[in-house]
Design a protein around this ligand. Sequence first.
Ligand code: ZN
Length: 273
Amino acid sequence: MADIARLSINSATIDRRLSLERCVDACVRHAIPAIAPWRHKIHDIGVKQAARVIRDSGLEVSGVCRGGMFTGPDKAARARSLDDNRRAVDEAAALGAHCLVLVVGGLPEGSRDLAGAHDQVRDGIAALLEHARAANVPLAIEPLHPMYAAERACINTLRHANDLCEELGAGLGVAIDVYHLWWDDTLRNEIARAAGRILGYHVCDWLVPTTDLLLDRGMMGDGIIDIRQISGWVAAAGYEGYVEVEIFSAKNWWLRDPEEVLDITCRRFQKHV
Ligand code: ZN
């Protein structure tokens, strides 16, 4: 049974219209100890104010969502992305975040060169690492489900992410999200291989049928992922950090009162994670 003391709420889980301040207040009211804010929510009130609000609340920041999007059609676009990623690192540092989550980017528009996109991602992460190490912000590669390979992230397996970590070295780790990785028959071994570099663990559930590729994630217990089994593998790999609930749900959870969503999240977290 998962302990609420390890729960972190991704700000996208509760009604996307809520300000960061209201997200923070809602977490505090539910005795939830950590939050994972999206950058646009940070920008809405400014980095300084966001850092102050979170510090005053006593919440920890399990991770900032998100950096990445390293792929681009030309050098100028990739340089702009790198600049933005350096700002993301600085924002994560200002918030005292445990890591910056990287959604690495898919194929550049009009491209069919998947191998080239992989190279751009590796080069982009390598170029960002120096800044991230200096800022003491670990970078967490989050492999996404293969259905996002074209548009969001061309790293789709924990094996690929582990390979990159081994190639690029210190300051780089992985975020393991059950929604993206549950189907992989090598998952158990790759989680074991990731020991020592697991920077984040994200949970929600895979609904059957899934009606939207992006915005139809389920609450833990409503789908077909054996979350507790995966949690066991993550624990066996030595991960003791926060477990982040990250649910994008346009037709269900985003329509509900955030207080109700958090009540149910806490109960399901204890039962199914
Ligand atoms: Zn995630």
